[in-house]
Design a protein around this ligand. Structure first.
Ligand code: MG
Length: 250
């Protein structure tokens, strides 16, 4: 069942996502060679509490940290531990919070130091593929119109789209219906209605789309060892089109 949100619920979700983006901004400023991933996680957790939110991922399905940090060939769900950031790393931060009972969820991949031109292009294309998906968020369009726009753009740039992990509805739960794949034929799936909120989150690979999961049960990485990038917005469907929560005004 898809939960439609009333305008006042959307405003709470906007506040939750504003907190998420404020902390992602801050973590992005901290990213540098020599920084330990676990320290970034601790910073995010303390900032979240100071700002009146609750980390959403910690304990979710048993995940042991507040931020999913995935580096280079890691796609999603990386556990921040003792790893030290190196020059040239691509660092994906996926972060969620709960504010007044509602979830916010967003992700960005940051370049650290001098990243090679191909790495920079991977980030640029992944972010642009998210924007192509967001452009399809209008009352009356279909979920798979979003999916198709992401895939068509990313594959057109020579990359592949991860199939095994998808975006989702979001609200009082972190993962609500509908699922929002980043691939597929257009014109399928539920019609978008005012009050739906979708977390759209393309994971784009330099090489093939195949992924594996580490023995820790969480860390997803590319099967071919090539790099991956991840950008995510929580987007409300409004009568005026898409509203990226935490970033855009009403
Ligand atoms: Mg998400």
């Amino acid at each position: 069942m898809i939960h439609l949100k009333a305008p006042e619920e959307i405003e709470i979700m906007d506040r939750a996502n504003r907190l998420v983006h404020t902390i992602l901004d801050r973590l992005g400023e901290e990213l540098a060679p020599g920084v330990v991933l676990r320290d970034l996680d601790r910073l995010a957790e303390s900032l979240t509490k100071q700002m009146g939110g609750k980390p959403a991922f910690k304990g979710y399905g048993g995940f042991p940290a507040s931020v999913c940090i995935s580096v280079n060939d890691e796609v999603v769900h990386g556990i921040p531990g003792p790893r030290v950031i190196q020059p040239g790393d691509l660092v994906s931060l996926d972060f969620g919070v709960i504010v007044d009972g509602y979830y916010g969820d967003a992700a960005r991949t940051f370049p650290v130091g001098d990243v090679d031109p191909e790495g920079v292009r991977l980030l640029t294309v992944t972010r642009a593929s998210l924007e192509k998906g967001v452009e399809q968020v209008h009352v009356g369009s279909r979920v798979s119109d979003v999916s198709h726009a992401v895939q068509e753009y990313a594959e057109g740039q020579g990359y592949s789209v991860v199939r095994d992990y998808v975006g989702h509805g979001i609200g009082r739960a972190l993962h609500e219906e509908p699922q929002v794949p980043n691939f597929g034929e257009p014109g399928r799936g539920p019609r978008l209605q005012e009050g739906m909120v979708l977390a759209i989150e393309p994971m784009i690979n330099e090489g093939g789309h195949g992924v594996t999961v580490d023995e820790d049960g969480w860390t997803v990485r590319t099967a071919d060892g090539k790099r991956s990038a991840h950008f995510e917005y929580s987007v409300a469907v409004t009568a005026n089109g898409p509203r990226i929560l935490g970033i855009e005004g009403a």
